[in-house]
Design a binder for this molecule. Sequence first.
Ligand SMILES: Cc1cc2nc3c(=O)[nH]c(=O)nc-3n(C[C@H](O)[C@H](O)[C@H](O)COP(=O)(O)OP(=O)(O)OC[C@H]3O[C@@H](n4cnc5c(N)ncnc54)[C@H](O)[C@@H]3O)c2cc1C
Length: 367
Amino acid sequence: MIIIGAGGHGLSLAYHLVKKGVKGIILVEQSRIGYGSSSRNASRFRYHFYSKENIEFALEGIKYLISQKKELKYNPLIYKTGYLWLLHDENLIESFKKLHSLWSSYSIGGKFLECREFEFLKVNRTCYFAPQDGAFHHDYILYSYYEEIKDKVDIKYAKVSKILHNNGKITGIKLESGEEIKDNEVIVTAGAWSGELLKTANINLPIYPDRKEIFITEDVKFEIKPLVIDFKREIYFSHTLKGEIIGGIEKEDIGFKEFSISFLDSIEYLKRLREVVKGIEGIGILRGWSGYYEMTPDHSHVMGYGNDWPEGLFIDAGYSGHGMMFAPYAGKIMADLIADNKKNRFIQIFSPDRFKEEKLIEEKMVI
Ligand SMILES: Cc1cc2nc3c(=O)[nH]c(=O)nc-3n(C[C@H](O)[C@H](O)[C@H](O)COP(=O)(O)OP(=O)(O)OC[C@H]3O[C@@H](n4cnc5c(N)ncnc54)[C@H](O)[C@@H]3O)c2cc1C
């Protein structure tokens, strides 16, 4: 079988297939391991979503992420930090009251408190704190999977230009060089590029890139343990273990743009950060980078296959900015589907057919 894309999801799938003893796997990557979002993210995990489907997926996904710690070669340093939302108006507080009751029904309710309880904050208003959420190190997950599969999987560094099919069945892929590789199973784990790739098989599944910038400051005393989300200033931030402040501005930038950063955006981010955090007047930005959120119309991912797709074609993509934490679990249940024909209930729920059937899983909590 051929897996397209060596990000967290392609590597996790390859790892779980190898674990089952599947042979003859070809993993095709256009650039390098983790070239896409999987090496460009903020490495946070959270249970707190808007839709019950994503909450339930997170409950299983995070349980599996934590359990993988024992199995992985490198320690992913999973730790609980909490998420802290700054609620600047009554409408937001009302929305969070509804979310709180939904989250409490899954035993993941947080609490409303005065923001001043967090001494690093300059603002004084209502906050919502969810202590269950946390952080991990994405690169240790990627490279643990890579190390395990590198001698058991045929990894090809080439760009796939077309998915080939005939008479309703997958027949292989064509590379940009013109070379064709024959196989009757192709799995698309190409992140933000997945929509473009599926188009080459005449499948219209709207997965598209939304470019996000992310910055790291010099290190200062470690105080900002939770990931803080300030809706008013449209920023998020937290401390890394080293004491740098990592975060970004919420700004839409649709399309395949360069992986660069804007100097003006970095200054704007720092300005907004200084408005909310005490004692960081003198600090500067050390570095920054950008990556794509791989968006879908309802901001929930797609996995499995479409009922009218060529036989042998599968997908696991479109995580809309929260897919690194799900890579271990998604790879496991996709491997169960492909190798053992075991269809986990989430494969049904997050099916690509939901867009045609208008059964959208509206996810409003994209961070
Ligand atoms: C700034 C930022 C912050 C984020 N923060 C978080 C977070 O805190 N927590 C979290 O869980 N998630 C976060 N995410 C989202 C997360 O990074 C992604 O959802 C996840 O990494 C997607 O993994 P993937 O394997 O599906 O895709 P990717 O990692 O993008 O991998 C896809 C791979 O496919 C390859 N490819 C594409 N087209 C082709 C082709 N034609 N031929 C061959 N290879 C191809 C690409 O080169 C790439 O390596 C963040 C993302 C960004 C950008």
